[in-house]
Design a binder for this molecule. Structure first.
Ligand code: 8Y4
Length: 274
């Protein structure tokens, strides 16, 4: 398997396909069927051109029930093992819990994707020991209340300052600078205006000298821009947002719709390299 830093060094954009393992994302709820469904879905995304599969077992949606450490491990570890048996694709683990990070990497995952930027107990230490790439995502507040009244002095400057502080914590904990990826966290404690500012000024994050990951796919900011379109009608808006993010320097794209995004990014690359 090629690690993501060699993939990134090619300069090409990387696509991370979202694989949901929460029970409500499967019709039957049965363990074996959902495992097979999840593995097939991941292999399909790989065929469509995904470079990374993001496996998550905890919903960050406002109002979602918290998942225990044991339950989250039970959800993600079998999926990672099953996918790893059938593919050498890069697997990222979407979690904020140190115990899940450890179990997932042992099961064959390669990257840690943490919407909480390693602020949970033990997360910095475990990541330093595991010595794997980590994505630090910005979130203001916590999922339950983050959309109540998001406020910033300057959204880009404030989030850059957050990253500077988190990067310092990572380095002090023994995490290598070369293992860090940053993500402004679209929709996590941000108004529509904040999200639009972040997308327009995304290139300002490049001054931190680290790869930039974005998750814009199907998010409510697109629903708002598209006359309150429901999630299943946000594909074209999601693709447009990915293209704009690429033009403004994003390196990794976390998406639900792999093929449309891969195609759009190919067109982007042809123009950006002309
Ligand atoms: C429709 C579909 C509406 C999905 C909302 C959503 C990010 C992330 C999430 C992100 C990174 C989501 C785990 C939220 N978003 N990880 N995770 N960056 N690194 N919402 O932006 O997809 S979950």
């Amino acid at each position: 398997m090629t690690d993501i830093f060699s993939l990134l060094s090619s300069g090409k954009p990387l696509v991370m396909g979202v694989l949901n393992t929460t029970p409500d994302s499967f019709s039957d709820g049965g363990q074996y069927n959902s495992l097979q469904t999840a593995t097939r879905q991941a292999l399909k995304m790989q065929q469509q051109g995904a470079d990374i599969i993001d496996v998550g077992g905890e919903s960050t949606r406002p109002g979602a029930k918290p998942v225990s450490l044991e339950d989250e491990i039970q959800r993600v570890v079998p999926v990672i093992q099953s996918l790893r048996q059938q593919s050498d694709i890069c697997i990222s683990i979407d979690t904020s819990k140190a115990g899940v990070m450890q179990a997932a990497i042992e099961a064959g995952a390669n990257i840690i994707n943490d919407v909480n930027a390693l602020r949970a107990a033990g997360a910095l230490k475990v990541c330093a020991e595991l010595d794997v790439p980590v994505c630090l995502m910005h979130m203001q507040g916590e999922p339950r209340t983050m959309q109540t009244s998001p406020a910033y002095k300057d959204v880009v400057d404030d989030i850059k300052f957050f990253f500077e502080q988190r990067i310092e914590c990572c380095i002090n904990a023994g995490i290598k600078q070369q293992n860090i990826i940053i993500d402004p966290g679209f929709g996590f404690g941000k108004t529509l205006q904040h999200n639009l500012q972040l997308l327009k000024r995304l290139a300002e994050f490049k001054s931190l000298g680290l790869p930039v990951l974005v998750g814009l796919s199907r998010k409510s900011m697109l629903g708002k821009l598209l006359d309150n379109a429901p999630v299943e009608e946000r594909l074209y808006g999601s693709v447009a947002a990915a293209v704009l993010a690429r033009t403004n320097g994003a390196n990794i794209f976390r998406v639900h719709d792999v093929k449309p995004t891969v195609d759009a990014l190919k067109v982007c690359e042809a123009i950006n390299n002309t």
